[in-house]
Design a protein around this ligand. Structure first.
Ligand SMILES: [Zn+2]
Ligand SMILES: [Zn+2]
Length: 286
């Protein structure tokens, strides 16, 4: 049987049996065998790894054991995406010929920059269209900043470095994904609720021009627009190809009819070059 090329142990993972009562340390049944599950990443070079061992040892494009290239270029995509095709055998069963390059990239990036974990989660929620999760994530930033330790002192240091503020998360651009913002991600996947939420929280799009429902929903989720003075309007963010979210909307098609050209996804005037440039004025009610 093949062993992990990194730690030389069998390609299984041991699952700790769940204990109902953690205090009853003398009642653990000793006859119960610990459960094991397969944990095998079979690389194209032929080497096997535990998932965690591969992540630990992985360096871009090469097998950590034999140094041979493990990437293949996808033939279907015009953008020449690099793929790492493996046979994966884990708790989900055996999956043959799947591309783990996106997960590997994401996981290695998070290991190098753990402080960006929330930013990465934010982008994922934007892609998935989960506006509730976005709201919860942003609210959790405020709580964390005010967290106190056991002695009542304000804790400023977070595990893995300082955590990002809600404003930073909202304006995060993906360094391993073409510098796409959350708005780019929401637009690319056709999620209008998310687009509205992001416009409300991180742009100067006039409040009077939002559907009333957007305010109700945001209110129910416990988030609302804060003073945007001096902050970057997310509609101005461009990806690595120089595209605004509106440019992405145009390529996505009909789902963004009524949005393109209205100033919702790009500042009016930046494209047409019209004089004045006061189109971004804030409308404040009350
Ligand atoms: Zn291993
Ligand atoms: Zn190898």
């Amino acid at each position: 049987m093949a062993l992990c090329a990194h730690c030389q142990k069998p390609l299984t993972i041991t699952i700790e049996p769940e204990s109902d009562d953690e205090d009853a340390d003398d009642d653990v049944p000793m006859d119960s065998e610990p459960d094991t599950l397969p944990d095998d990443v079979h690389l194209p070079c032929g080497d096997h790894f535990h998932w965690e061992c591969l992540l630990e040892a992985y360096e871009y494009s090469k097998c950590p054991a034999c140094n041979r290239s493990i990437v293949a270029s996808s033939s279907s995509s015009s953008s020449a995406e690099e793929q790492i095709i493996v046979d994966l055998n884990n708790e989900g069963g055996l999956q043959q010929g799947i591309d783990i390059a996106p997960i590997l990239k994401e996981e290695s990036y998070l290991r190098a920059y753990p402080e960006e974990r929330k930013c990465r989660a934010f982008l994922e929620f934007c892609s998935e269209g989960d506006h509730r999760a976005i709201a919860e994530l942003l609210k959790s930033c405020g709580e964390e900043m005010a967290a106190e330790d056991e002695d009542g002192e304000i804790v400023t240091e977070q595990v893995g470095g300082p955590s990002k503020s809600a404003d930073e998360i909202l304006r995060y651009q993906d360094p391993i994904g073409d510098m796409a913002s959350g708005l780019h991600a929401a637009v690319a996947n056709g999620h209008r609720e998310v687009a509205w939420l992001l416009l409300l929280l991180a742009s100067e799009y006039p409040e009077l021009d939002f559907p009333a429902l957007v305010f109700q929903e945001a209110g129910a989720l416990g988030v609302m627009r804060e003073d945007q003075a001096g902050k970057v309007d997310i509609r101005t963010l461009k990806d690595a190809h120089g595209r605004t979210a509106e440019d992405v909307a145009r390529s996505v098609g009909v789902i963004w009819n009524g949005w393109v050209g209205t100033g919702r996804l790009a500042l009016l005037g930046t494209v047409s070059g019209s004089s004045g440039g006061s189109g971004g004025a804030v409308t404040v009610r009350g």
